[in-house]
Ligand binder design. Structure first.
Ligand SMILES: O=C(O)CCC(=O)C(=O)O
Length: 274
């Protein structure tokens, strides 16, 4: 991967949008070939069945009609697969992140969502609740592997919530969300879809309220490769994210943030990895 120096890929108004609204979409950051490589790799991994600490699908019988149980998200695939590591540290993604953080980024986490037709969504939440990055914030890079829109349960977010403090969640409706916690949309604000083509990457600040609704399409998967990052000057992070990785693939250990946060231990215990 070498010691690339970061390049400026963002237009001035894109950086401004990120600073003001908390998110920015970079169109076509991944090529069609890269998207195909990611999709093929993860579909092969799915076909291979369970992977300890990463992927826990169940049989059709055990899933009892919940399609997401047969296609759960993969957690930290970069720990078990070189291609996932490669894409988590993709030079263009790391370049954009360096501009957004104002310093080099380090990677905390990778995930792959299959989200087949009929799958539940993930209730609205703030990533900083889970990643507990200090002293600043995490940033997510959400790479669309299929076109993602409101029909197939694309990503939704609440613009301008980037300055918001952590909001304590309530229990989500388990009929529409596979995760437990949900935060309320602040008064006067609106949740909007971030419609993406395959290869587009959405970057958003860790305080931005975001999530997704069920995939209502008849036959369209909504696959996404999603990674979370912190700035290189980060001093503490939640307990599931070591080792972190610098852009050249060097592991870096960051002190764990074991504080229970503003919502208390009751929430923390069940929250688990994000
Ligand atoms: O892609 C989704 O459905 C939700 C992803 C998400 O909320 C996250 O990665 O934090």
């Amino acid at each position: 991967m070498g010691n690339e120096v970061s390049k400026k890929l963002l237009l001035q108004n894109q950086k401004q949008q990120f600073d003001e609204e908390g998110y920015v979409i970079v169109k076509g950051l991944l090529s069609a070939e890269e998207v195909a490589e990611i999709k093929n790799t993860f579909m092969k991994l799915h076909a291979g069945g369970p992977i300890p600490n990463c992927f826990s699908p169940v049989s059709e019988e055990e899933a009892k009609g919940d399609i997401l149980k047969r296609y759960p998200r993969m957690m930290h695939p970069h720990r078990v697969n070189d291609l996932a590591m490669h894409y988590m540290l993709h030079p263009k993604v790391m370049d954009v992140l360096a501009e957004l953080f104002g310093e080099e980024a380090i990677a905390a986490q990778s995930m792959f969502y299959f989200k087949p037709p009929g799958a539940k969504g993930q209730a609205l939440h703030q990533d900083n609740f889970y990643l507990k990055v200090e002293p600043e914030t995490c940033i997510a890079a959400w790479a669309a592997i299929d076109p993602a829109d409101e029909e197939n349960g694309g990503i939704m977010l609440v613009p301008k919530t980037n300055e918001l403090a952590i909001e304590c969640p309530h229990l989500a409706d388990q009929n529409v969300s596979f995760t437990r916690d949900e935060v309320t949309i602040p008064e006067g604000m609106k949740v909007v879809p971030a419609n993406l083509d395959a290869g587009d990457v959405l970057f958003f600040n860790g305080s931005v309220i975001h999530g997704s609704y069920p995939n209502k399409s008849a036959n369209r998967f909504r696959r996404a490769f999603i990674c979370h990052y912190a700035g290189i000057s980060t001093t503490r992070i939640g307990q599931y994210y070591n080792p972190m990785y610098t852009r050249d693939g060097t592991p870096r250990m960051i002190k764990y943030n074991l504080d229970s946060g503003p919502c208390g231990e009751e929430f923390e215990e069940a929250a688990g990895p994000h």
